[in-house]
Write a protein that binds this ligand. Structure first.
Ligand SMILES: [Zn+2]
Length: 321
């Protein structure tokens, strides 16, 4: 423990000497955000005016993430903490409430975007368990609202940079509106009877509701374990009955069950969708929220027999990289 504390202290000294950290050194506010798509949205609004860091490392299951010493250090330094809420990051939220510095704000983007009557409960997030499906950002209209909330919150906390936040948000909102229109156009090219989503991880509830698809099931049970043999058999029956052309797995949750279901049902399977792990590497244009949506929608639309070319009109470059 002592060695860890010394190491953390040395890291902090190194960081403050490098001039790259924010706070008092740079005069910039310190901002943290939870999952990578939300961190990316915040970075697009903040630009160079604030220091933004992600709390939940990419490739980690955000639903079961337990805060680490790094999370604690980032939270303790932050002026504002953006989380999704809707029970997505409960352990991180608890840590933020206990460890944030005096005057720091915790802002739950999901709770400020939909009211309880707009929450969706479904396969892996049943109403009986009491946790709504938290994946609002997979609906671009909600990501647009997140962007507006981030702009307003950063401007309130750091009014000296309000004009910068507004200009950055305006540019990003233009891209998001183009994305939103393109997603709808692309989904509309899927034959109507094939606008069906059966995914491993249940992250498309709000997406499907907005763009006119039907989520017919999710393979991952509510406790994030693997489905039982009976549940697998029922899913295979359902895929055959509904003539589902393709089923979709998630990058973060490799599952042999998905392959088995695909093989026995005759559906094509694709196991690279993502909802919190950005495609590509840091610095690449597709390593962004917009890149994530383009990747998923292109994959879904193409595998279900549609034409994804409307998405080609969406720019992916990230101004802060
Ligand atoms: Zn998820």
């Amino acid at each position: 423990m002592r060695i860890i504390l010394i190491a953390i202290a040395m890291a902090l000294v190194a960081a403050s000497c490098s001039g790259k950290s924010g706070g008092a050194e740079s005069g910039k506010i310190e901002v943290v955000a939870s999952v990578a798509p939300i961190t990316d949205i915040v970075k697009n609004v903040a630009g160079d005016a604030a220091d933004v860091q992600g709390l939940i490392p990419e490739g980690v299951d955000s639903h079961t993430f337990e805060p680490t010493a790094d999370t604690a250090r980032l939270i303790a330094d932050a002026d504002v903490i953006f989380l999704n809420g809707l029970d997505l990051e409960d352990p991180t939220l608890a840590l933020a409430r206990s460890d944030k510095k005096d005057g720091a704000e915790i802002f739950l983007l999901g709770e400020h975007t939909v009211q309880p009557d707009g929450y969706l409960y479904d396969f892996s997030f049943p109403r009986s368990a009491g946790h709504p499906n938290p994946h609002l950002w997979m609906d671009v209209a909600y990501a647009i609202h997140y962007t507006e909330l981030v702009r307003d919150e950063l401007s309130r906390i750091d009014p000296g940079n309000a004009a910068t936040y507004r200009a950055n948000a305006d540019a990003y909102l233009t891209t998001l509106r183009t994305l939103n229109d393109a997603v709808q156009k692309a989904v509309d090219t899927i034959p109507p009877q094939d606008r069906l989503l059966l995914t491993y991880h249940d992250s498309f509830a709000y997406f499907a509701h907005h763009y006119g698809m039907r989520v017919i099931g999710a393979i991952q049970p509510a406790d994030f374990s693997e489905p039982s043999a009976q549940e697998v058999a029922a899913l295979i029956d359902q895929i055959r009955t509904e003539h589902v052309p393709a089923i979709f797995g998630s990058e973060v949750f490799p599952s042999p069950v998905l392959a088995q279901i695909a093989q026995e049902s005759g559906a094509k399977y694709e196991d690279t969708l993502r909802d919190d792990d950005l495609p590509g590497d840091t610095g690449q244009p597709e390593h962004s929220y917009v890149g994530l949506m383009l990747y998923d929608v292109r994959t879904i639309v193409t595998d279900l027999g549609g034409d994804a070319s409307a998405l080609d009109a969406v720019p992916t470059s990230n101004p802060y990289d």
